[in-house]
Design a protein around this ligand. Structure first.
Ligand code: ADP
Ligand code: ZN
Length: 739
């Protein structure tokens, strides 16, 4: 087997390979290259075909990536076992795999693995064997059970044995007995229901002038059928979704497929309802919470082209679309599009790449576009469409800052008098309140008031968070948890533990004290982890079963609740701590999004942000509503230090179970760091999470001018450095997270 690089998606390749030809087969394993195999007699293959091949003593499924190198000794060359009965991986998908691997500096096989994540889907689903009445049935002995089975079938369609037995209230043995006696025959049912086809020609809502101007542009881009990146920049509630639905309808009319990427697909109940309203059916959904059979069905339906609209998390980019005509990246600024483990990539950026490779339009929708995107809009690389006002005359909420130094809450409380008053007033009016605090649990830190002991995770650089409802202290990074002890583990004093700082549970306690009996719900990942739980929460809020919602960022974005008129931001400064490159930008985006939840219908909204940093540029920008001014200032300060988007970063994260070997590897990388003009390497330094899930972590950061091709530099660097095999070095191109 050879280890040479193979090209793919190359149109100059012969279309078909036949018996005796050598083909390169890429396997979904951490391998950088494809392996050569020979095609046996009577088999024809094309690039993109899925095949099974021998690998050592086992067999593996892979994809024909192109022509073989031909440099394997014929005696060692092994035959392809079988061509799998599945549509081929399209050329554009193969080019995408190559591209992502090269850009992220990961193995091609590891990227391919994301494109063939459902092994079962590579073979067609088997028909379901069912039973029907035998018209020419001989007389059989009738028991009550048998009679019921025959009655079910005489009134309905054929059914599978278990299904039939259940409907007749008997066991499958009775069904089998009837079959053996000749009263029933076996028939094949289609294995799965076909994907429903969206009704693109339904009439959508009448669009406002601004909306239809934007929609017309997007539709024109679809008709042009070329790569074009468009920023759909509109305030919350301006109808961005309705606008891009017009472009979706246009693609469907032309028989193409559409991919909509959402940052939190598990929580997109409202989006799905909107889609159903507009197109009459459910779209295909793709995220990590699907069952094995849903994954299989959806993957196959995408490959066969019958799934017309896929709404999904970033991994949906790697599905094998044969006819993708449009990509929409909704909430493009969201850091949830970044995948932080395995192949580290940014789903937003790779979405743009995928559109470019497929020569199709891509829409980046947001009320708070990221600085990268804004800069691309200003330079003219991306087209910009604005939706400046809320739909239906709803006005943007009034925003007030509460200076927590001048107007602090009472001791041991977290709500300032001004916010407390506003909450009471809003509820009296019969409207709803959202209190936003991005902290799960009861308190972020527990300590002993006698000896000062602090509860820390033994496996992470992190405090244990008290979850009072579960009576446990929990690590939010590795899941480690213990019951809340009765005494301090260090000084053994009883009843000496105190909770420090607020989490959503503690805030709920405070609201309950203030307004006894108020109808309240907590919205955090602890209690709305599944799409079902999220949908139920949305329903309860929409049906006004709760007056106060206390939530983390899980509820801060994208939702539309007409009766929600007050948003209180309990700790507006939270995101500004830590000094991350994007701290100000992210805090601004988050506060703006949260504020956008207030007053989405006829009722005027009000937003109160509690802060200790009233003069901070983020607070000033939130107060004035002058986003462009803020972005200009942020852009200038990044430019001055040549940071993204005006410079490039690559992070190396060195980790392992043994601190000594990790340090040694990090020091080695420091020593062999590239020494080139314009390129700077910072570190190694302990990561802020110097210990995470039991692994010690060190970081290095390479900083380069924007136009530098960093990948060859990184490859060279790593190729000339050694480390102990217990150590892992992860490469993060364009890092978002510096922890
Ligand atoms: P955004 O995505 O910009 O926050 P949405 O598309 O969610 O805005 O629209 C906000 C609300 O306004 C939704 O309930 C949507 O159905 C409604 N809406 C937007 N545009 C129209 C329109 N032209 N006609 C009727 N309803 C609209
Ligand atoms: Zn931990």
């Amino acid at each position: 087997m050879t280890l040479k690089d193979k090209k793919s998606g190359d149109d100059t390749l012969p279309a078909r390979f036949g018996p005796g030809d050598q083909v390169a087969v890429l396997l979904p394993l951490p391998l950088g290259t494809a392996y050569d195999y020979r095609i046996p007699a009577e088999m024809m293959l094309s690039a993109g075909d899925f095949v099974s091949v021998p690998l050592g003593r086992r067999t593996a499924d892979g994809v024909v990536w192109g022509i073989g190198d031909g440099d394997v000794a014929p005696a060692k060359l092994r035959d392809v076992i079988v061509k799998l009965d599945c549509p081929p991986l399209p050329a554009v998908s193969r080019r995408f795999v190559d591209w992502v691997a090269a850009y992220t500096v990961h193995h091609k096989g590891a990227v391919l693995k994301m494109a063939m994540s459902v092994r079962d889907a590579l073979t067609p689903p088997k028909p379901i064997s069912a039973y029907a009445l035998n018209a020419a049935a001989p007389d059989v002995r009738e028991t009550p059970g048998r009679k019921r089975v025959l009655a079910v079938l005489s009134n309905g369609p054929p059914r599978a044995a278990s299904d039939l037995a259940r409907a007749a209230g008997t066991g499958t043995g009775v069904v089998k007995g009837l079959y053996d006696a000749g009263a029933l025959i076996k028939v094949d049912l289609p294995p799965v229901l076909p994907m429903p086809v969206p009704e693109w020609n339904r009439v959508g809502p009448a669009l406002s002038v601004d909306q239809s101007t934007a929609a017309d542009k997007l539709v024109a881009n679809v008709r042009n059928g070329k790569f074009r990146a468009t920023i759909l920049d509109g305030v919350p509630g301006s109808g961005k979704t309705e606008v891009y639905f017009q472009a979706v309808a246009e693609v469907l009319k032309r028989g193409g497929q559409v991919l909509v990427l959402l940052p939190e697909i598990a929580l997109s109940a409202q989006w799905l309802a909107r889609f159903r309203d507009r197109f009459g059916v459910d779209p295909a959904v793709w995220h990590s919470d699907l069952t094995a059979s849903q994954r299989r069905h959806t993957w196959r339906a995408v490959a066969e082209g019958s799934a017309k609209v896929v709404v999904g998390a970033r991994s949906a980019l790697f599905l094998p679309y044969p006819a993708l005509g449009l990509i929409v990246i909704d909430e493009e600024h969201e850091s949830a599009f970044k995948q932080e483990d395995g192949v580290i990539y940014n789903g937003r950026d790779m979405g743009i790449v995928r559109a470019h490779l497929g020569n199709i339009p891509v829409v980046l929708a947001s009320a708070t576009p990221s600085l990268e995107t804004v800069v691309n809009g200003e330079s003219g690389r991306y087209e910009v469409l604005h939706l400046p006002s809320r739909h239906g005359g709803a006005t943007l909420p009034d925003i007030e800052l509460v200076d927590m130094i001048k107007e602090p809450p009472p001791r041991g409380r977290w709500l300032s008098p001004a916010l407390a008053k506003a909450i009471a007033e809003t509820i009296t009016k019969g409207e709803q309140v959202l209190l936003f605090l991005n902290r799960r649990g009861y308190a972020p830190l527990t300590l002993c008031r006698t000896c000062g002991h602090r509860f820390q995770c033994p496996r992470c650089t992190s405090w244990l968070v008290e979850h009072r409802l579960q009576c446990r202290l929990q690590c939010h990074h590795c899941g480690f948890n213990v019951p809340i002890p009765g005494e301090c583990p260090e000084c053994k004093t009883e009843n000496s533990l105190v909770a420090c700082g607020p989490g959503v549970e503690r805030l709920a306690e405070e609201v309950e004290l203030m307004l006894p009996g108020v109808r309240m719900t907590i919205a955090a990942s602890d209690n709305i982890a599944s799409p079902k739980a999220a949908a139920e929460l949305v329903r309860r809020i929409e049906d006004h079963e709760v007056d106060v919602i206390i939530g983390t960022q899980i509820i801060a974005k994208g939702y539309h609740f007409p009766m929600l008129t007050l948003v209180g931001v309990v700790d507006g400064d939270l995101g500004l701590q830590g000094g991350d490159l994007r701290a100000a930008e992210r805090t601004y985006q988050l506060l703006y999004q949260v504020a956008g939840r207030a007053g989405r219908a006829e009722r005027q909204g009000r937003v109160i942000v509690q802060t200790f940093m009233k003069k901070h540029p983020v607070m000033a920008a939130i107060l004035s509503g002058d986003r462009d001014e803020f972005l200009k200032a942020e852009s200038k300060s990044r430019q001055q230090i040549a940071m993204p988007p005006f410079g490039r970063l690559v992070a190396l994260i060195v980790s392992g179970p043994n601190e000594f070997t990790v340090d040694e590897a990090a020091r080695n990388l420091g020593r062999t760091a590239p020494n080139m003009t314009g390129i700077q390497v910072l570190g190694p330094a302990p990561a802020p999470f110097a210990l995470l899930r039991g692994r010690h972590r060190r970081r290095l950061l390479l900083k380069a001018p924007k136009e530098t091709q960093v990948q060859p530099i990184i490859r060279q660097w790593l190729a000339h450095t050694d480390w102990h095999n217990s150590v892992r070095v992860q490469i993060d191109i364009d890092p978002m997270n510096f922890m």
